[in-house]
Design a protein around this ligand. Structure first.
Ligand SMILES: C[S@@+](CC[C@H](N)C(=O)[O-])C[C@H]1O[C@@H](n2cnc3c(N)ncnc32)[C@H](O)[C@@H]1O
Length: 255
């Protein structure tokens, strides 16, 4: 083969490789296949319709957030395919990411408004914090297991959730330096409502949390009124226990 023919053949081969790399995924989509992101998006749509709307969550903002936040980015890589299943999943160190319905239900209960300052106790994977960030202003999230707090912070940063701040500390005490809050969500169950969390709620503020023992827990919604607190029991739930000071204290707040 002549030199110029060899050169032309090499350029042609190079072009084929470049076209395959750049156009491959698009051609696959036209043929009816899915790129990775599309598969997870389709699963999120199915999760919202089949697990969340079907069970009565209606708030359009909450449904939109559940459609948008990539839950698969917050679970261990080997569990990505199960990320949109109707159940909690292990995130290691004996902890879990909550069932999608519970995330949506608790978020709706807080009736968040844009600009609200929110405290979350129990950062875990960082997923719930990302959902809250979609609806509110600033989100402050406390996690007692420092390794989880570190990896949640990394995930939130990588995915662009810049309005979330996390800290490794005992959430029983809340985040006094940032108080008061418009809304507080607790995602681990103490046997009583921690007084510091009630103290850090603004008048008109809402607190949603599981309360109870390992065997029997209920989700409660507490509203701070001008004169005190109003408590409403929502649904029975099963959460991991709150550790730290919550385990030492046996008498709870009186409201
Ligand atoms: C059900 S998981 C939270 C799920 C999390 N919201 C998510 O989206 O992945 C409960 C978390 O609460 C944390 N936790 C337990 N007791 C705590 C405490 N006293 N202060 C802060 N975090 C606590 C656990 O380590 C665990 O990560």
């Amino acid at each position: 083969m002549k030199m110029e023919n060899i050169l032309a053949a090499s350029i042609a081969a190079g072009l084929v490789v470049v076209l395959a790399v750049f156009l491959g995924p698009r051609l696959k989509n036209r043929a009816g296949g899915f790129a990775d992101g599309d598969v997870f998006r389709a699963r999120r749509e199915a999760m919202v319709a089949g697990q969340i709307e079907a069970r009565g969550v209606k708030d359009p903002g909450v449904l939109k957030a559940m459609r948008e936040v990539p839950r698969h980015e917050f679970v261990p890589v080997e569990l990505r395919n199960a990320a949109y299943d109707d159940r909690p999943l292990s995130i290691g160190l004996g902890q879990t990411i909550s069932q999608p319905f519970i995330v949506a239900y608790m978020t709706e209960a807080l009736a968040l408004k844009p600009g609200d300052k929110v405290l979350e106790i129990g950062t875990g994977s960082g997923y719930q914090a990302a959902v809250l960030a979609n609806l509110a202003g600033k989100v402050f999230s406390v996690e007692i297991v420092c390794e989880l707090e570190r990896s949640a912070k990394e995930a939130l940063l990588r995915l662009g959730y810049s309005s979330v701040r996390t800290v490794c500390a005992d959430g029983y005490k809340g985040w006094p330096e940032e108080a008061p809050f418009d809304a507080i969500m607790v995602t681990a169950a103490p046997e009583h409502v921690p007084q510091p969390l009630l103290d850090q709620l603004k008048p008109g503020g809402r607190l949603v949390m599981p309360v109870g023992t390992r065997l029997s827990q209920e989700l409660v919604l507490i509203r701070r009124t001008g004169t005190g607190f109003k408590k409403e029991s929502l649904i029975p739930v099963i959460f991991v226990p709150m550790t730290g000071e919550a385990e030492l204290k046996h008498s709870g707040a009186h409201y």
